[in-house]
Design a protein around this ligand. Structure first.
Ligand code: ZN
Ligand code: ZN
Length: 260
Protein backbone atom coordinates (compact mmCIF):
# COMPACT_ATOMS: atom_id res chain seq x y z
CA UNK A 1 0.00 0.00 0.00
CA UNK A 2 2.85 2.41 0.75
CA UNK A 3 5.61 1.10 -1.49
CA UNK A 4 3.17 0.51 -4.33
CA UNK A 5 2.27 -2.42 -6.52
CA UNK A 6 3.02 -1.17 -10.02
CA UNK A 7 5.79 -2.93 -11.92
CA UNK A 8 9.10 -1.50 -13.08
CA UNK A 9 9.20 2.02 -14.50
CA UNK A 10 11.75 4.68 -13.59
CA UNK A 11 11.78 8.21 -14.96
CA UNK A 12 15.08 10.06 -15.13
CA UNK A 13 15.54 13.72 -15.99
CA UNK A 14 18.94 15.00 -16.96
CA UNK A 15 18.62 18.69 -17.70
CA UNK A 16 15.91 18.86 -20.36
CA UNK A 17 16.36 15.25 -21.48
CA UNK A 18 13.80 12.67 -20.45
CA UNK A 19 14.74 9.03 -20.05
CA UNK A 20 12.50 6.18 -19.01
CA UNK A 21 13.75 2.82 -17.79
CA UNK A 22 11.30 0.00 -18.36
CA UNK A 23 7.63 0.10 -19.27
CA UNK A 24 5.94 -1.85 -16.50
CA UNK A 25 2.52 -0.87 -15.22
CA UNK A 26 4.06 2.22 -13.59
CA UNK A 27 4.31 3.68 -17.10
CA UNK A 28 0.57 4.34 -17.06
CA UNK A 29 0.69 6.89 -14.27
CA UNK A 30 3.90 8.42 -15.63
CA UNK A 31 2.06 8.87 -18.95
CA UNK A 32 -0.74 10.77 -17.28
CA UNK A 33 1.74 13.14 -15.67
CA UNK A 34 3.70 13.64 -18.89
CA UNK A 35 0.53 14.36 -20.87
CA UNK A 36 -0.41 16.99 -18.27
CA UNK A 37 3.09 18.48 -18.41
CA UNK A 38 3.60 18.59 -22.19
CA UNK A 39 0.04 18.73 -23.54
CA UNK A 40 0.42 19.09 -27.31
CA UNK A 41 3.87 20.68 -27.11
CA UNK A 42 6.87 18.97 -28.62
CA UNK A 43 8.24 16.26 -26.37
CA UNK A 44 10.84 13.56 -26.67
CA UNK A 45 11.78 10.62 -24.47
CA UNK A 46 14.34 7.85 -24.71
CA UNK A 47 12.89 4.63 -23.38
CA UNK A 48 15.28 1.87 -22.36
CA UNK A 49 13.70 -1.56 -22.05
CA UNK A 50 15.76 -4.01 -19.98
CA UNK A 51 13.96 -7.09 -21.38
CA UNK A 52 10.51 -8.18 -22.52
CA UNK A 53 8.96 -10.02 -19.60
CA UNK A 54 5.44 -8.71 -19.03
CA UNK A 55 6.25 -6.79 -15.88
CA UNK A 56 8.62 -4.60 -17.96
CA UNK A 57 6.48 -3.90 -21.05
CA UNK A 58 2.89 -4.10 -19.90
CA UNK A 59 2.48 -0.34 -19.46
CA UNK A 60 3.06 0.46 -23.15
CA UNK A 61 -0.57 -0.03 -24.33
CA UNK A 62 -1.66 2.30 -21.50
CA UNK A 63 0.91 5.06 -22.05
CA UNK A 64 -1.19 8.09 -22.92
CA UNK A 65 1.47 10.28 -24.62
CA UNK A 66 1.91 7.66 -27.36
CA UNK A 67 -1.69 8.12 -28.49
CA UNK A 68 -2.21 11.82 -27.81
CA UNK A 69 0.44 14.00 -29.15
CA UNK A 70 1.63 13.88 -32.79
CA UNK A 71 4.45 16.24 -31.89
CA UNK A 72 6.02 13.82 -29.44
CA UNK A 73 8.80 11.39 -30.27
CA UNK A 74 9.66 8.22 -28.43
CA UNK A 75 12.85 6.34 -29.05
CA UNK A 76 12.85 2.79 -27.73
CA UNK A 77 16.25 1.29 -27.00
CA UNK A 78 16.80 -2.37 -26.24
CA UNK A 79 18.33 -5.54 -27.54
CA UNK A 80 16.24 -8.35 -28.97
CA UNK A 81 17.87 -11.59 -30.05
CA UNK A 82 14.56 -13.19 -31.02
CA UNK A 83 12.62 -10.87 -33.30
CA UNK A 84 13.24 -7.23 -34.15
CA UNK A 85 12.71 -4.80 -31.27
CA UNK A 86 9.72 -3.15 -32.98
CA UNK A 87 8.03 -6.53 -33.55
CA UNK A 88 8.62 -7.67 -30.00
CA UNK A 89 7.00 -4.53 -28.58
CA UNK A 90 4.15 -4.39 -31.11
CA UNK A 91 3.26 -8.04 -30.71
CA UNK A 92 1.86 -7.56 -27.21
CA UNK A 93 -0.90 -5.43 -28.78
CA UNK A 94 -1.97 -7.68 -31.67
CA UNK A 95 -5.43 -9.26 -31.73
CA UNK A 96 -6.77 -10.56 -29.35
CA UNK A 97 -4.47 -9.15 -26.65
CA UNK A 98 -5.50 -5.51 -27.01
CA UNK A 99 -8.27 -3.74 -28.97
CA UNK A 100 -5.99 -1.19 -30.68
CA UNK A 101 -2.52 -1.65 -32.07
CA UNK A 102 0.50 0.58 -32.29
CA UNK A 103 -0.66 2.04 -35.62
CA UNK A 104 -3.29 3.97 -33.66
CA UNK A 105 -0.54 5.88 -31.91
CA UNK A 106 -0.05 9.50 -32.97
CA UNK A 107 3.44 9.93 -31.57
CA UNK A 108 6.44 9.14 -33.71
CA UNK A 109 8.26 6.01 -32.63
CA UNK A 110 11.73 4.79 -33.33
CA UNK A 111 13.21 1.45 -32.32
CA UNK A 112 16.94 1.20 -31.87
CA UNK A 113 18.81 -1.97 -31.16
CA UNK A 114 21.42 -1.20 -28.56
CA UNK A 115 24.89 -1.73 -29.81
CA UNK A 116 27.39 -0.42 -27.28
CA UNK A 117 27.27 2.93 -25.53
CA UNK A 118 24.42 5.30 -26.51
CA UNK A 119 25.22 9.00 -26.59
CA UNK A 120 22.02 11.00 -26.12
CA UNK A 121 23.42 14.48 -25.67
CA UNK A 122 26.81 15.98 -25.28
CA UNK A 123 28.17 14.39 -22.11
CA UNK A 124 25.08 12.25 -21.51
CA UNK A 125 25.62 8.57 -22.21
CA UNK A 126 23.88 5.30 -21.43
CA UNK A 127 25.95 2.16 -21.28
CA UNK A 128 24.40 -1.28 -21.05
CA UNK A 129 25.51 -4.60 -19.62
CA UNK A 130 23.93 -8.07 -19.90
CA UNK A 131 22.54 -9.35 -16.60
CA UNK A 132 21.92 -12.90 -15.39
CA UNK A 133 18.22 -13.46 -16.07
CA UNK A 134 16.24 -16.10 -18.00
CA UNK A 135 15.96 -15.02 -21.69
CA UNK A 136 18.41 -12.18 -21.05
CA UNK A 137 18.23 -8.69 -19.58
CA UNK A 138 20.22 -5.47 -19.72
CA UNK A 139 21.40 -3.24 -16.90
CA UNK A 140 22.02 0.44 -17.66
CA UNK A 141 24.50 3.05 -16.51
CA UNK A 142 23.62 6.70 -17.12
CA UNK A 143 26.52 9.11 -16.96
CA UNK A 144 26.32 12.87 -17.18
CA UNK A 145 28.53 15.66 -15.96
CA UNK A 146 26.44 15.82 -12.80
CA UNK A 147 26.39 12.20 -11.73
CA UNK A 148 26.05 8.50 -12.41
CA UNK A 149 22.87 6.46 -12.05
CA UNK A 150 22.82 2.68 -12.48
CA UNK A 151 19.59 0.78 -13.09
CA UNK A 152 20.18 -2.95 -12.75
CA UNK A 153 17.15 -5.08 -12.09
CA UNK A 154 16.26 -8.69 -12.83
CA UNK A 155 19.66 -10.12 -12.03
CA UNK A 156 20.54 -13.32 -10.22
CA UNK A 157 23.79 -13.61 -8.29
CA UNK A 158 26.08 -16.63 -8.40
CA UNK A 159 27.59 -16.60 -11.88
CA UNK A 160 31.17 -15.32 -11.59
CA UNK A 161 31.19 -13.46 -14.92
CA UNK A 162 27.83 -11.74 -14.41
CA UNK A 163 28.71 -10.96 -10.77
CA UNK A 164 31.88 -9.25 -11.96
CA UNK A 165 30.07 -7.39 -14.75
CA UNK A 166 27.31 -5.95 -12.55
CA UNK A 167 29.96 -4.62 -10.14
CA UNK A 168 31.75 -3.03 -13.07
CA UNK A 169 28.50 -1.45 -14.25
CA UNK A 170 27.83 -0.07 -10.74
CA UNK A 171 31.38 1.18 -10.07
CA UNK A 172 31.35 4.48 -8.23
CA UNK A 173 27.69 5.20 -9.07
CA UNK A 174 25.96 7.97 -7.14
CA UNK A 175 22.79 5.92 -7.15
CA UNK A 176 22.39 2.19 -7.72
CA UNK A 177 18.85 0.88 -8.32
CA UNK A 178 19.12 -2.87 -7.85
CA UNK A 179 16.92 -5.99 -7.87
CA UNK A 180 16.06 -7.10 -4.32
CA UNK A 181 12.98 -9.20 -5.00
CA UNK A 182 13.53 -11.98 -2.48
CA UNK A 183 14.65 -12.30 1.11
CA UNK A 184 18.05 -14.02 1.18
CA UNK A 185 16.46 -17.03 2.90
CA UNK A 186 13.61 -17.23 0.33
CA UNK A 187 16.16 -17.12 -2.43
CA UNK A 188 18.25 -19.93 -0.98
CA UNK A 189 15.28 -22.13 -0.09
CA UNK A 190 13.27 -22.04 -3.30
CA UNK A 191 14.05 -19.27 -5.77
CA UNK A 192 17.41 -20.16 -7.23
CA UNK A 193 17.26 -20.04 -11.03
CA UNK A 194 14.37 -17.55 -11.08
CA UNK A 195 16.65 -14.71 -12.15
CA UNK A 196 16.32 -12.40 -9.17
CA UNK A 197 18.36 -11.18 -6.27
CA UNK A 198 17.97 -10.11 -2.64
CA UNK A 199 18.95 -7.14 -0.46
CA UNK A 200 22.09 -8.80 0.90
CA UNK A 201 23.54 -9.10 -2.59
CA UNK A 202 22.50 -5.49 -3.29
CA UNK A 203 24.49 -4.39 -0.24
CA UNK A 204 27.47 -6.52 -1.34
CA UNK A 205 27.44 -4.95 -4.81
CA UNK A 206 27.15 -1.42 -3.41
CA UNK A 207 30.06 -1.97 -1.01
CA UNK A 208 32.28 -3.78 -3.51
CA UNK A 209 31.64 -1.40 -6.40
CA UNK A 210 31.85 1.83 -4.39
CA UNK A 211 28.26 2.83 -5.27
CA UNK A 212 27.24 5.61 -2.91
CA UNK A 213 23.56 4.97 -2.44
CA UNK A 214 21.50 1.82 -2.92
CA UNK A 215 17.82 1.70 -3.86
CA UNK A 216 16.24 -1.74 -3.41
CA UNK A 217 13.93 -2.34 -6.35
CA UNK A 218 11.55 -4.90 -7.93
CA UNK A 219 9.87 -5.88 -4.66
CA UNK A 220 8.18 -9.25 -4.51
CA UNK A 221 4.40 -8.84 -4.95
CA UNK A 222 3.88 -11.02 -1.87
CA UNK A 223 5.98 -8.74 0.36
CA UNK A 224 3.92 -6.16 2.23
CA UNK A 225 5.02 -2.77 3.55
CA UNK A 226 6.07 -4.22 6.92
CA UNK A 227 8.28 -6.77 5.19
CA UNK A 228 9.98 -4.11 3.06
CA UNK A 229 10.43 -1.86 6.12
CA UNK A 230 12.20 -4.71 7.90
CA UNK A 231 14.40 -5.41 4.86
CA UNK A 232 15.52 -1.77 4.83
CA UNK A 233 16.16 -1.76 8.59
CA UNK A 234 18.23 -4.92 8.36
CA UNK A 235 20.15 -3.76 5.29
CA UNK A 236 21.07 -0.52 7.10
CA UNK A 237 22.97 -2.59 9.66
CA UNK A 238 25.40 -3.36 6.85
CA UNK A 239 25.25 -0.24 4.71
CA UNK A 240 23.75 3.05 5.89
CA UNK A 241 22.81 4.54 2.52
CA UNK A 242 20.07 2.16 1.51
CA UNK A 243 16.37 2.66 0.92
CA UNK A 244 13.53 0.86 -0.82
CA UNK A 245 12.03 2.13 -4.06
CA UNK A 246 8.47 3.35 -3.63
CA UNK A 247 5.90 4.62 -6.05
CA UNK A 248 6.45 8.33 -6.73
CA UNK A 249 9.75 8.43 -4.84
CA UNK A 250 11.94 11.23 -6.18
CA UNK A 251 15.68 11.30 -5.66
CA UNK A 252 18.43 13.64 -6.72
CA UNK A 253 21.50 12.02 -8.09
CA UNK A 254 24.98 13.58 -8.07
CA UNK A 255 25.17 17.34 -7.82
CA UNK A 256 22.03 18.36 -9.63
CA UNK A 257 20.47 15.91 -12.02
CA UNK A 258 18.19 12.96 -11.92
CA UNK A 259 15.13 12.07 -10.06
CA UNK A 260 13.52 8.69 -10.11
ZN1 ZN B 1 12.23 -10.66 -15.96
ZN1 ZN C 1 10.97 -8.16 -13.70
Amino acid sequence: MRYGGNTSCVEVRVGGTLLIFDCGTGLRSLGKRLSAEFGDKEAEAHIFVSHFHWDHIQGIPFFKPLYDNPRSRFVFHSSSQHRGLQRVLEDQMVTPYFPVDMNEMAASRKFLNINGRVELDRGLTVESMPLNHPQGCLGFRVESKDGVLVYATDNEPGNPQFDKDVRKLAAGADLLVYDAQYLPEEYLARKQGWGHSHWREGVNIAMESGAKELVLFHHDPDHNDACIDSIVAEARNYYPKVRAAAEGLELRCGSNVSHC
